[in-house]
Design a protein around this ligand. Structure first.
Ligand code: NAP
Length: 551
């Protein structure tokens, strides 16, 4: 192991972790156990990742808080207590700060440090990480914990700099908050972020216009304060719950607050009455639990049609105005094939007189002007514009850095036609570079924390393998990477997820103009992914190659 320390202006470490979100904190804790010198470099001014940046009104988790915590340390999950069934952003950030304090993580973190490039040196088999201040840090192992939904999608609307009023972005909300009282507000986008923000912005604004292109399926969160007795009982079941999480497609198990394994039967084998009762039960239970309902909802269009129709009917029942009812009814893709949204009072907000939709399918935004937004040849004037336009998901944060592997080859070029990885973790030609929750893993298709924890376990296993063999590095064999990438594509084609391409699904990269439209995530589910990794490790790291010292 190398010693940490400054030498000739550069710092030599065993490992560098980029990103201080959920994955980065977990990775730091686990790498430290290897007795290695390690540092986390983070662009933000503090830790938290997603939960540091996304502070818009209404921002909260869509996974039950009792499930939304680290499992790697039983003391942590037993001690922390959540105030609501679905924690809001400030509480999740407080949790992360509490974890960092308990584990003394801050001493190995550097903030306000954006990474410009990471270049692999074939002679020394080390990575040189260059920061925005020009500092170069060298390390053997480079762990990308940069997040799947962290790099914003570049706003592809003409004239965004022209607006003289206030402009906000949900992905980097002002820390001091925003007072919309009495203001005329436009929000561009109607995805998960907008759906959470709209009800709260509408409470303050004098006028709120939602510039919407595609209607989404949103189900009620059914949020409520945490019942202390329930929480105490739940904590007794953690070892069982954590095992169950790894045996499910989505990495979460609660239905109405109760851990339950996913159904394994088909929606098509149920009677109409049974199906209706099942969907109604899930609606009342709240949140994303449709993902653990009938086994064929995301693979069989006839099964899916029953669910999509059910949610459409529920949405329509909530909206008074026939025009808004039609606009908000999702028709362009099957439910679940874009991440299901979950809300508190979203559709009801459209029954308020001062809230309206501008249908961008009929009148696209022509440009942003000094006074507002030009649509249909007329400027609609606003005091504030909020962009909730989404992310360059999964690959965006990685491609924003100049990552170069063997032979100076850029990762971005290697992935020009879509990402290629082995197990969603590594790419051939980029030794010792680990992408936690990278493309080809289940990443944010699933509950992020179990997925991050599991991937960090794999990173640690790989590092231990290198160290035990007294080797220099590990990387995938090209054939293994090709097979996995093909498998990721084949599995996607067996599901209904590709049908959301025309609804600009970020799962496919279809929301970013010019981005290769390929499945970014492994749609086989977390359970299948965990099984595959276990097999690979049991088969002596099948598909990976080690580079020996002196080679
Ligand atoms: P998103 O789901 O990608 O939604 C972006 C919205 O902006 C869409 O309505 C999109 O319309 C619209 N848009 C993009 N470019 C546009 C343009 N040029 N003109 C007009 N409209 C435009 O992004 P998000 O809402 O930030 O959510 C992304 C993901 O983050 C979610 O799927 C979820 O995984 C996660 N998230 C989770 C939560 C939670 O509940 N915990 C909250 C927020 C986010 P089109 O659909 O027509 O392209």
């Amino acid at each position: 192991m190398q010693e940490a320390g400054a030498a000739n202006g550069s710092c030599n470490l065993d490992a560098v972790i980029i990103g201080a979100g959920m994955a980065g904190l977990c990775a730091l804790h686990q790498v430290r156990k290897l007795n290695m010198s390690v540092k986390v470099l983070e662009g933000g001014s503090d830790l938290g990742g997603t939960w540091f940046w996304n502070r818009y009104p209404g921002c909260r988790c869509d996974i039950d808080s009792v499930e939304y915590s680290y499992s790697f340390d039983n003391e942590l999950q037993q001690e922390w207590s959540w105030s609501e069934r679905y924690a809001a952003q400030p509480e999740i950030l407080a949790y992360m700060n509490w974890v960092a304090k308990k584990l003394n993580l801050r001493s190995d973190m550097e903030f306000n440090t954006w990474i410009k490039s990471t270049h692999f040196d074939e002679g020394s088999e080390t990575w040189a990480v260059t920061t925005d201040t020009g500092e170069v840090i060298t390390c053997r192992y480079l762990i990308m914990a940069t997040g799947c939904l962290s790099a914003p999608k570049k706003i592809d609307i003409k004239g965004t700099d022209n607006f003289a009023g206030e402009t906000y972005y949900t992905y980097k909300w002002p820390h001091e908050g925003v007072d919309f009282t009495g203001k005329r507000v436009a929000i561009v986008g109607a995805g998960s972020s907008a759906i959470q923000a709209i009800p709260l912005i509408a409470k303050e604004a004098s006028e709120l216009k939602v510039f919407m292109r595609t209607a989404n399926y949103s189900v009620p969160l059914q949020n409520c304060p945490t019942d202390k007795e329930y929480e105490a009982d739940y904590k007794k079941r953690y070892s069982e719950v954590r095992k169950m999480q790894r045996q499910t497609f989505g990495g979460f198990v609660n239905v109405g607050g109760v851990p339950r394994m996913p159904r394994t039967d088909s929606a098509l084998d149920a009677t109409p009455e049974e199906r209706e009762a099942e969907f109604e039960y899930r609606w009342e239970s709240g949140g994303l639990c449709y993902y653990t309902s009938y086994a064929d909802l995301a693979v069989n269009i006839n099964a899916n049609n029953h669910l999509s129709d059910f949610i459409r009917k529920k949405i329509r029942n909530k909206i008074d105005d026939p025009r808004l009812r039609d606009l908000l009814t999702p028709t362009e893709f099957p439910a679940l094939t874009k991440r299901l949204c979950a809300d508190t009072g979203y559709y009801e907000t459209y029954n308020l007189d001062h809230v309206d939709i501008v249908n961008l399918k009929e009148t696209p935004i022509e440009e942003i002007t000094e006074m507002g937004i030009l649509v249909g040849g007329e400027v609609m004037e606003f005091d504030c514009i909020v962009f909730a336009t989404g992310f360059d998901a999964v690959t965006g944060a990685l491609n924003n850095m100049d990552i170069r592997g063997r032979g100076g080859v850029a990762l971005k070029d290697t992935w020009a036609d879509g990402p290629s990885t082995y197990l969603g973790l590594m790419t051939t030609g980029f030794p010792n570079l680990f992408n936690v929750a990278g493309p080809g893993s289940t990443a944010s298709l699933t509950h992020a924390i179990p997925c991050d924890e599991h991937q960090v376990e794999l990173v640690i296993a790989c590092i231990e393998r290198v160290e035990a063999a007294n080797a220099k590095s590990i990387e995938p064999i090209q054939a293994a990477e090709d097979l996995w990438t093909q498998h990721v594509n084949d599995v996607a084609n067996m599901t209904l997820f590709p049908r959301a391409e025309r609804a600009n699904s970020w799962y496919l990269g279809a929301n970013v103009p010019g981005k290769a439209c390929k499945p970014l995530l492994y749609l086989g589910g977390f359970d299948q992914y965990v099984k595959k990794i276990d097999e690979v490790i049991d088969n002596d790291f099948e598909g990976f190659a080690l580079s020996q010292m002196g080679n």
